[in-house]
Design a binder for this molecule. Structure first.
Ligand code: ATP
Ligand code: ZN
Length: 292
């Protein structure tokens, strides 16, 4: 692949698949806008010194290892299956999935030892083999690149080992989940040589800082309400604010506006108590970014 050496930081993301939209969305929230990327291999961002490379996810670890890309966004499952030793800069909290053992309903398994002597079909032979080794189990592994779930019905395997999300595919093939052997999410990986280029290292540090602020904003909400001046202390004690709340004057001298950043999911536990203490006009807003 001929990528222009324009000094821009090169980030590899999945071209078309389950990680694509969320990867682009994360970059966008970090101020890296990319437009018209459909069907293109490399797209430069107009807003940040970055080129985005669109690749098959399986190829991302190698391109980053070789320095063709400086950074990559890829699933931990792919990294591990490729035995990659790339540094993980950030876990990105999307693309979460589990690699599980599943077997026909009649073959009721609940623990690794029950796989002894069996044949297991998988697209993840390395991850499976190291799991079997850790559990001192000997089994035969059949590597398939897709449609792993039909292997037991075809009589080629006793069990399968594959990514399971809803379980619908398993059900259609009369398979039952046994247990998970690997938990995965999308991660940001970096090339081993990137930090030797001071200009690029600086962009990477800035990007990592932005990613952290986007991710921590997802765990927080911005709470706003009007409260009687007399209840400010009581209400402040109810709110699990991350920092001291902001109090603003209102036209009504008896009332103030109270704003606070709270952890996501906490409003419903305290809404009755807030109202009992005279809070009105309670609003909860998403936060796009939280700069530390
Ligand atoms: P490519 O054409 O890029 O090779 P692919 O078919 O190998 O794509 P996808 O199915 O798009 O890959 O999955 C990409 C990644 O998304 C997986 O490697 C995994 O990390 C993650 N993922 C999250 N949920 C699931 C799921 N339910 N099934 C499969 N992968 C999932
Ligand atoms: Zn793939």
């Amino acid at each position: 692949m001929n990528v222009v050496n324009n000094g821009n930081l090169k980030i590899a993301v999945q071209k078309k698949g389950r990680l694509t939209d969320k990867s682009i969305e994360l970059l966008k929230l970090c101020g890296i806008e990319i437009e018209n990327y459909a069907e293109r291999l490399v797209v430069s961002s107009a807003s940040f010194p970055v080129d985005v490379l669109f690749l098959r996810d399986d190829d991302i670890p190698e391109y980053v290892q070789d320095g063709v890309a400086d950074l990559g966004i890829v699933g931990e499952n792919v990294l591990c299956e490729k035995s990659s030793t790339l540094d993980i800069l950030e876990k990105l909290q999307f693309g979460k999935c589990r690699i599980m053992i599943a077997a026909p309903e009649r073959f009721d398994i609940s623990q690794p030892l029950e796989l002894e002597g069996k044949t297991i079909a998988t697209s993840y032979p390395k991850i499976l083999q190291s799991y079997l080794d850790e559990n001192a189990v000997t089994a035969k592994i059949i590597e398939l690149s897709g449609s792993v779930e039909i292997a037991p019905a075809l009589g080629v395997a006793d069990a399968i080992c594959d990514i399971v999300s809803t379980g619908n595919t398993l059900m259609m093939n009369k398979l039952k989940k046994a247990f998970a052997i690997f938990e995965s999410q999308a991660v940001l990986v970096s090339s081993p040589v990137i930090m030797q280029d001071e200009k690029k290292a600086q962009i990477v540090r800035e990007l990592a800082r932005r990613i952290r602020s986007v991710l921590s904003a997802r765990h927080s909400k911005y709470l706003m309400m009007n409260v009687p001046k007399s209840s400010v202390e009581k209400i402040t004690s109810i709110i699990p604010a991350l920092k001291s709340p902001t109090i603003l004057p209102l036209a009504d001298p008896e009332q103030v506006a109270l704003h606070a950043v709270i952890p996501t999911g906490h409003l419903w536990n305290m809404v009755d108590e807030l109202k009992q203490n005279g809070a009105t006009g309670i609003l909860l807003l998403p936060i796009e970014n939280m700069i530390e």
